[in-house]
Design a protein around this ligand. Structure first.
Ligand SMILES: [Zn+2]
Length: 385
């Protein structure tokens, strides 16, 4: 099969509109075919309805200790965004590669696939693996089953580079996260009879005030040394959406809002989640005591482990050697890196592009970043040769 350049691979990857709500199988079919032709051993891990698959590729000796290059195949939607050119065609202008996913994160995936293809064809001393997930953009839900499946499919890798856009700088830590969809159920009466009903809106506000109080408490506390490296240097709780009520003079039957928490790595995410759940449960009991129909239900819609910095860790040392970047950096958004670390890999983040470009209309990747990414891959191939 053709010896494609990273740019040609990127063109192909971007041409598949792999928005998280749709199948990614056309992309996986193509990439699996190309990597297999190069001599890589490829495996799929299917999702439940078999509309999506993670792709795992192994190049080099069939033994543990691979460098794992990790990316996600899905992208965020383009609907309603003003795009200057077709989002599903890579368009080069002014030294930039425009297209949905060029930055987040098909640019890195193209480079990683290119490197694995080279390693498979040319032979290598240390194995290289590509781990391409789905459903990252809807809460990093695709990586955990993929990582679990990898344990039975390929020899265990040791260092994972997660290529989220970081301007080719090394990121050694990120916050963890979790979130709840909250549904407060009230009891409708005319508002003149307020004490006979339950206003879901007004009761929901009690939970929201608890969130505000928690934020104030977390912000006021002295940060741990690790927390001090983050911006902001504390765990945050945020409610981005709220819906409820039907009329000014009816106690609201329903109030729904969503809470997300971004938690410092040395804090216990489960304890934070449990604290909120306990508060919600107390309100649920209070409401049911008034009206059995009323209450609070929680739906925990995501949970992503933090990436804990590993001073002197293998992935960090590897990325430093490959990029020459000796700074340390942490970020407040979640990635699949914490999930690899939780599964026993040394993990660090380094990828081309600026995270500010992710999810934007006219998303682009600077050509210079893509080229820097290719240099990282060339250095990696040399170090594994
Ligand atoms: Zn991403």
């Amino acid at each position: 099969m053709d010896d494609l350049t990273p740019r040609q691979i990127l063109d192909r990857l971007v041409s598949f509109p792999t928005v998280s709500t749709t199948s990614n199988l056309a992309l996986v079919d193509w990439l699996e075919g190309w990597l297999t032709a190069k001599g890589a051993r490829c495996f799929r891990h299917w999702n439940e309805d078999r509309q999506k698959a993670a792709l795992i590729a192994h190049a080099g000796p069939w033994e543990p200790g691979a460098v794992v290059l990790s990316g996600h195949s899905d992208v965020v939607p383009v609907a309603g965004q003003p795009w200057t050119s077709d989002p599903w065609t890579v368009t080069e202008r002014d030294g930039r590669l425009y297209g949905r996913g060029t930055c987040d994160m098909k640019g890195f995936v193209a480079l990683a696939a290119w490197a694995v293809g080279r390693a498979a064809r040319g032979g290598t001393r240390r194995p290289l693996q590509l781990a391409l997930s789905y459903d990252e953009e809807i809460g990093c839900t695709g990586a955990p089953p993929m990582i679990a499946a990898m344990q039975g499919l390929v020899p265990k890798g040791s260092a994972a580079i997660i290529g989220e856009p970081s301007g080719m700088k090394i990121i050694t830590g990120h916050k963890g996260g979790t979130g709840f969809h909250v549904h407060v159920k009230g009891y409708e009466v005319h508002s003149s009879l307020l004490p006979d009903g339950v206003s879901a809106v007004m009761e929901g506000a009690r939970l929201i005030q608890w969130v505000n109080d928690e934020n104030a408490r977390l912000q006021a506390a002295a940060p741990s040394p690790l927390a001090a490296t983050f911006h902001p240097p504390f765990t945050t709780l945020h409610i981005g959406q709220i819906h409820g009520g039907t009329a000014n003079n009816i106690t609201a039957a329903d109030c729904r809002f969503s809470l997300e928490m971004r938690v410092i790595p040395d804090e216990d995410i489960e304890a934070r989640a449990a604290a909120f759940a306990a508060r919600a449960q107390a309100l649920d009991a209070a409401l049911k005591a008034k009206r059995p129909e009323a209450g609070v239900t929680l739906d925990r819609f995501f949970a992503v482990p933090a990436l804990m910095p590993e001073p002197g860790g293998e992935a960090e040392a590897l990325v430093r050697a490959l990029t020459g970047d000796n700074a340390t950096g942490v970020v407040s958004y979640g990635t699949e890196a914490g999930q690899f670390q939780e599964a026993g890999y040394s993990a660090a983040i380094c990828g081309p592009g600026d995270i500010a470009q992710a999810h934007q209309p006219d998303e682009y990747l600077e050509l210079s970043e893509f080229q820097a990414g290719q240099r990282l891959m060339e250095n990696l191939l040399s170090s594994c040769a």
